[in-house]
Ligand binder design. Sequence first.
Ligand SMILES: NC(=O)c1ccc[n+]([C@@H]2O[C@H](COP(=O)([O-])OP(=O)(O)OC[C@H]3O[C@@H](n4cnc5c(N)ncnc54)[C@H](O)[C@@H]3O)[C@@H](O)[C@H]2O)c1
Length: 324
Amino acid sequence: MTTKEKILVTGVAGFIGSKVAELLLKNGYSVVGVDNINNYYSPKLKFHRLNLLQNFCDFQFYNIDVENFVELEELFASNKFVSVINLAARAGVRASIENPYIYVSTNIVGTLNLLELMRKYSINKFVLASSSSVYAGEKVPFRENMRVDYPISQYAATKKSAELLSYTYHHLYAIDVSVLRFFTVFGPAGRPDMSYFQFIEKIRKGIPITIYGDGSQKRDFTYIEDIANGVLSSMKPLGYEIINLGGGRSPVSINYMIELIENTLHRKALIEYQPFNNADMSETGADISKAKVLLGWQPEIDFETGMNNTIKWHLQNESLLNSL
Ligand SMILES: NC(=O)c1ccc[n+]([C@@H]2O[C@H](COP(=O)([O-])OP(=O)(O)OC[C@H]3O[C@@H](n4cnc5c(N)ncnc54)[C@H](O)[C@@H]3O)[C@@H](O)[C@H]2O)c1
């Protein structure tokens, strides 16, 4: 009998973590998932995602905070992981301005805890979720070799810090690291703080939506299934590589996204305008040629198809959404 390779996924109750865990399980891995189920957004949605994962017999969940070294160490001591995929984070740009300390403790100290335990327990493969937000100030398309030394939010600063710490552990202890810079991930069961999620919910209920700026800002949206595939393909030995996982097509404006939602829901959005927030980027766009070469990865789902799937999920999960 062959034993399954065991992967530690942090942030497993999150939007991306739950999809990555599902894909790992479907691909024959055993998954140990960790999450502290914090209330940055409704834990009900996190439990909803976790419930779906509990259907797999090779899935185990632990309510652990990645900031808690002692509890994490118990997990490392009792499991032999082949890889650690770190998706746990405080992930909102605006919230990082209001509460920077929690961003530093989770995104930086949490990452350090995992790297230290990987060193101690000789685990060689680390996949780290980073973000397009580190590219602030650069011109699109964003390439991995651009200098990204000027983060414009505490969130971006913590993501860059986690990248740097991972490099240090690669240099000192030969831990193999894939740093993945995700670009505006969207899809079913997404994050309620993200604009597409709020727009779908509010437009369908006839509640006014808020646009910061004039709505011409653009994002390189990437569909959740493409991201999960990208994470799995990055689990191979690479040394230390930073890789963009982005839509890689023409970035989409907020105004276009609203129009698409309006047309699909057959409802007009009520729009309130607020000044552009200077922790926001006006445009993101990924050069994804490195992901194609190193991982053989490219996104398969276009924005319109992905948004249709997402809106369908919102319509099919009304009672869950109304309870959040
Ligand atoms: N969604 C995006 O568009 C996007 C873009 C770029 C980068 N990312 C990164 O991808 C990763 C996953 O993001 P997401 O969109 O799934 O966010 P999410 O908030 O849905 O998932 C993060 C999960 O981590 C958990 N978590 C937070 N702090 C924790 C802690 N201290 N200990 C244990 N668990 C903790 C949360 O409870 C949550 O379930 C994050 O690192 C995020 O920064 C996301």
